[in-house]
Write a protein that binds this ligand. Structure first.
Ligand code: ZN
Length: 247
């Protein structure tokens, strides 16, 4: 591993337009489990057999809002979670002008909490919630303070929906075009904590035309170019050693 950390440090040194593309593995080190792993127990409780994808689908939200919110509040919200070394290292790289964008499939807001400014949230954020009718905004705390399992707007009594992209819903056009443009202009693409299996998000890395790709993921992923450094180690530790430890 040390040899790979050295290689990564060298690549980071010579790169000036870094883009990070990340997924669930970035947050697991902040004790936020991948929601797919939480669905089994939930189904037992409901005595049903929904796939994780069904539980967070638009259809499920509309048809079974109560069960949707039970699952959502129990398994997708981690208001106490703190950024880990991966988040902090990426914020540092942005602060010193090397990193231009963090593109994330996570919805937990931990990159911003760590200090990152340009964060493109492909799947939205649990921190933004809107009334479906009058569009009143609720931050996470305000949404959670609404009484009952299903949050109803305190102004018009309609259902409040998280600004999270559910299955069957499209990604935000503006976020997508910014993400694609950032990747296209990058000289280094770091892919971290994702197995690149959730589409369309995973396909965006194909827009990369720069020099180096670094993959930091516990498991092997299929993405490979001629110039890919693959590090199958925990991302927090890798980024700590290559970015934060030599301060
Ligand atoms: Zn309302």
């Amino acid at each position: 591993m040390e040899n790979k950390i050295e290689q990564l440090s060298k690549i980071l040194k010579e790169s000036n337009n870094i883009v990070f593309f990340g997924g669930a593995g970035v947050s697991t080190e902040s004790n936020i489990p991948d929601f797919r792993s939480s669905s089994g127990l939930f189904n037992q409780k409901l005595n049903r057999n929904f796939t994780p994808e069904q539980l967070v689908s638009h259809t499920f939200f509309v048809k079974y809002p109560e069960d949707f919110y039970k699952f959502y509040k129990d398994k997708l919200l981690y208001p106490q979670a703190k950024p880990n070394h991966a988040h902090l290292a990426l914020a540092k790289l942005e602060e010193i002008g090397k990193l231009k964008a963090v593109i994330t499939q996570n919805i937990d807001g931990l990159h911003q909490l760590a200090g990152s400014k340009n964060v493109l949230e492909l799947h939205g954020s649990v921190h933004r919630n809107y009334c479906e009718k009058c569009h009143k905004f609720f931050d996470l705390e305000a949404m959670l303070s609404l009484e009952g399992t299903i949050p109803y707007c305190d102004k018009c009594n309609s259902i409040v929906k998280p600004n999270v992209v559910l299955y069957e819903e499209g990604l935000d056009d503006d976020v997508v075009s910014k993400a694609v443009s950032a990747i296209r202009n990058a000289d280094l693409l770091i892919i971290g904590g994702t197995s690149l299996v959730v589409y369309p998000a995973a396909s965006f890395v194909n827009y990369f035309r720069g020099k180096n790709v670094v993959v930091i993921n516990k498991d092997n992923i299929s993405y490979k170019t001629d110039n890919t450094l693959v590090i199958n180690e925990p991302i927090g530790e890798v980024l700590y050693k290559s970015v934060l430890s030599n301060e």
